[in-house]
Design a protein around this ligand. Structure first.
Ligand code: NAP
Length: 267
């Protein structure tokens, strides 16, 4: 039988937070011991209308939450500003963060890596918890060895704060490992409307769409003379992320290091 893992969820009222609560509810060895929320300080989750009936105290102050509740893991699903603070406090308190929140800066990631090392506490940050998206990135890196001209089109719901998405950035970074820098398109091309060609990473382009109706979708489109290749992944439901969250929570319990990207746990 698996050992019980006690966890705090940050952002329990959010769309991802609610899916995480449902995951905890259906997973025998997962136990919710507290929540970090933007409001409802001092209340209990079971007293909030429309929330699952967990007996879990709510804190607005992350330090207080980690001081008062004995947790093994923080599941962080808020926004980049709050998420960075929560993950930092968790590491200081030797609670292992599993972070789905995307949009951290390079400096923030570096600081979390240093804190993980100095506190010998594992952390998993995954810009995308969907297993299919991890495979999409892996296949894109493979294709880029043969197709150096590539554009990434990511499509998300219109409540998303960061652009491009963490997944698009991660895909571009993986492609950078195998692709020589070069300008794509016509050498003399001009944008008659600013931004028409998208964001530029070493000459490859990233386009971000934000529309109601999407959850998370990404196409990586490769082109060469006479042929194109499209790798497409679609998360049609936020439940698509939860098998990855479950996997990361179980894995982080065995780690004392910083892991960025679910693929680094899968290999
Ligand atoms: P959401 O529905 O807006 O939920 C965010 C929640 O965080 C809200 O309940 C919000 O409360 C709360 N919050 C804001 N500031 C807070 C603070 N200081 N302390 C505690 N809670 C706070 O967003 P979502 O769709 O669930 O997404 C959450 C995060 O996960 C985003 O960064 C998103 O990009 C990311 N995401 C990751 C994956 C992945 O696979 N890694 C997949 C989907 C989404 P209020 O509503 O009261 O402000």
């Amino acid at each position: 039988m698996n050992k019980t893992i006690n966890m705090i969820v940050a952002g329990p009222r959010g769309k991802m937070g609610r899916e995480a609560l449902a995951l905890i509810e259906r997973t025998e060895h997962f136990r919710l011991v507290g929540c970090i929320d933007r409001k409802n300080d001092g209340m209990n989750l079971r007293d909030l209308e429309g929330m699952p009936a967990f007996d879990a105290p709510i804190f607005t102050d992350a330090t207080e939450a980690f001081d008062q509740v004995n947790a093994d893991v923080l599941i962080e699903l808020t926004n980049p500003h709050a998420g960075y603070h929560h993950a930092k406090q968790a590491l200081i308190h030797h609670v292992r963060p599993v972070v789905g929140t995307s949009g951290f800066s390079t400096d923030q990631l570096q600081e979390l890596e240093e804190l993980s090392a100095s506190n010998a506490t594992g952390i998993v940050i995954a810009p995308n918890f969907a297993i299919g998206a991890i495979l999409m990135m892996r296949f894109a890196k493979e294709a880029a060895k043969y197709f150096p001209d590539v554009e990434i089109i990511e499509k998300h719901h219109d409540n998303k704060l960061d652009a491009p998405s963490g997944t698009a950035v991660k895909t571009a970074q993986l492609i950078q490992e195998v692709r020589e820098k070069h300008k794509q398109g016509h050498p003399d091309e001009i944008e008659t409307i600013e931004g028409a060609r998208g964001a530029d990473v070493d000459g490859m382009k990233i386009h971000s769409m934000r529309l109601p109706g999407f959850i998370a979708q990404q196409e990586v489109v490769f082109g060469m003379s006479g042929q194109t290749l499209t790798i497409n992944h679609n998360s049609a439901d936020r439940a698509s992320f939860m098998s990855g969250v479950e996997f990361a929570v179980n894995e982080v319990m065995n780690r004392e290091d910083f892991v960025y990207g679910l693929e680094n746990l899968m290999e």
